[in-house]
Ligand binder design. Structure first.
Ligand code: TYD
Ligand code: MG
Length: 475
């Protein structure tokens, strides 16, 4: 294909085509293909006409890779999600729904960096300088020292970055930047602006935080067009009506993607929630349809309350509503409950909700969903010594409870809150104090675990389970 450049591009999805068609074959939109001039190759000649000057691969061992000092934003929850602060010269995309607190978080980070004598710059293409000032006043005196450029033109922004050379710069938002010859907010414009900013950031060693709005469907506008360009994609989520907000990394070239930062929106800005488990299950009481899930958010154990409601309905098909857990996971758990535990749910609406507005995205949530639904269905509260029952574990299609990582840390977190009996998959080797192992959904529902005190006879129970369940399957 050398030498033949795509000459049409869809203004909606960015799909490239060689010929003009009325409908874009990428996204199905009509009349969106626009002609683009064939890009000149970097050296100014046609690709493929002459072999490139010889280049030699280098063994990785000989590659120079200096570890640069990270810029700490001073917001511990954010720094942890970033993998220990901002990497100089990196590009971070901060996405989230309007009103969630993106500008607030970015403003607070810049204020902290400015207080540490770093040069910073806040570019606002969306709000006027006065509006940004009003927000900063709520955040405190420090936020007022951040220099602002209320300017939507990409060229002016690039000029300012060039002349100011800040250590960190926020672009609020990347969709509002005006790019010559492209419709504002279109994929083409967003992509072009990001590429230009990326080039400047790498060259001048400026850390850029791009704020991006998320569309109704939940994707960052510009169908993921930016995600491969940037080093780190952070997603700010939560419900606007609730005070809890979480920041998680969807992509991170410099750290893990499983970390989650928890915040609460208050009068003076976002406040870090240092012990989220306490906030989410501090008030949990035994009730029909409620269980405590010991989940892992990255390297941190987190207790959340999973609630279910099962109500008779005449609607066909009945409703299945999941808030805070994956819909497909709920469907799977309901199918296993029907098939392997004999629960009849075909004439009932099922609602599952994680209290507090948090999202848990891990297979370890299966058992909690199943137990909450079963408890709601029977109308009986699941409790252990007057406390809500805690659990974790993945459910397999044959109804077995499968191993998930960090069992010991999950159980330890529950015990910290006085939940002394935790239902979970049989551990591979070691005995975990406080864990009441269950090998199948059926045995979890039968309540046989009640008869065994987890702290004293866990080992005996593990032996018994191993006998019933050969290790090859249990592992
Ligand atoms: P904002 O950061 O502007 O959201 P985004 O940039 O994601 O659109 O702020 C979101 C909301 O937070 C806004 O409705 C007002 C509220 N808020 C507070 O409750 N306390 C505060 O201190 C600040 C600055 C904002
Ligand atoms: Mg904003």
């Amino acid at each position: 294909m050398a030498g033949k450049a795509a000459s049409y591009r869809c203004s909606d999805c960015g799909h490239a085509a060689l010929t003009w068609t009325g409908q874009c074959s990428g996204c199905g939109a009509w009349n969106t293909l626009e002609e683009v001039s064939a890009p000149a190759t970097r050296s100014g000649r046609r690709a493929g006409s002459r072999p490139a000057p010889s280049v030699r691969p280098v063994p990785l061992r000989e590659v120079k890779a200096e570890r640069s000092q990270r810029l700490a934003t001073g917001i511990a929850e954010l720094d942890r999600v970033l993998g220990g602060g901002l990497v100089p010269g990196s590009l971070v995309l901060l996405g989230g729904a309007p009103g969630i607190g993106k500008s607030t978080l970015a403003g607070m980070a810049l204020a902290n960096l400015a207080a540490e004598d770093h040069d910073v710059l806040y570019v606002s293409g969306e709000e006027s300088a006065a509006q940004v000032k009003r927000r900063a006043e709520r955040l405190g005196e420090g936020a007022l020292s951040v220099p602002i450029l209320a300017e939507p033109s990409l060229d002016s922004v690039l000029g300012a970055i060039e002349s100011e050379r800040p250590a960190a710069c926020v672009i609020d938002s990347v969709q509002t930047l005006a790019v010559p010859d492209a419709a504002p907010g279109s994929v083409g414009a967003v992509r072009e602006a990001t590429s230009a900013l990326l080039e400047a950031a790498k060259r001048l060693d400026v850390t850029l935080i791009l704020i991006g709005h998320v569309t109704k469907e939940g994707s960052l506008a510009g169908p993921r067009a930016l995600e491969h360009l940037v080093d780190c994609v952070l997603h700010f989520e939560g419900e606007r009506e609730r005070t809890f907000r979480t920041v998680r990394a969807l992509k991170n070239r410099f750290g893990a993607t499983s970390e989650v930062g928890v915040f609460e929106m208050r009068q003076g800005g976002l406040v870090e929630v240092v012990d989220p488990s306490a906030r989410f299950v501090g008030e949990a009481r035994p009730a029909a349809g409620s269980v405590v899930l010991c989940s892992m958010e990255g390297t941190r154990p987190l207790l959340v309350e999973v609630q279910a409601l099962v109500a008779p309905t005449e609607i066909v098909p009945p409703r299945r509503t999941a808030t805070g857990v994956d819909r497909n996971r709920l469907a799977l758990v309901l199918a296993v409950l029907t098939r392997h535990a004999g629960l009849s749910l075909s004439t009932a609406d099922v609602f599952v909700n994680v209290a507090g507005g948090v999202r848990v995205d891990e297979p370890g949530a299966d058992l909690a969903i199943a137990l909450a639904v079963a408890s709601a269905h029977s109308g009986r509260a699941l409790e252990s010594d007057g406390k809500p029952l805690a659990c974790f574990g993945e459910i397999g299609l044959t109804g077995e409870i499968r191993y998930v990582a960090h069992a010991d840390r999950r159980v330890a977190e529950a015990r910290k809150f006085g939940l002394d009996r935790v239902l979970g998959p049989p551990p591979a080797e070691e005995v975990i104090e406080g864990l009441a192992p269950v090998a199948s959904l059926k045995s979890a529902l039968s309540g046989g675990w009640r008869r065994i005190s987890p702290s004293t006879r866990a080992s005996a129970r593990v032996d018994e389970i191993r006998r019933q369940d050969p290790p090859a399957r249990a592992a």
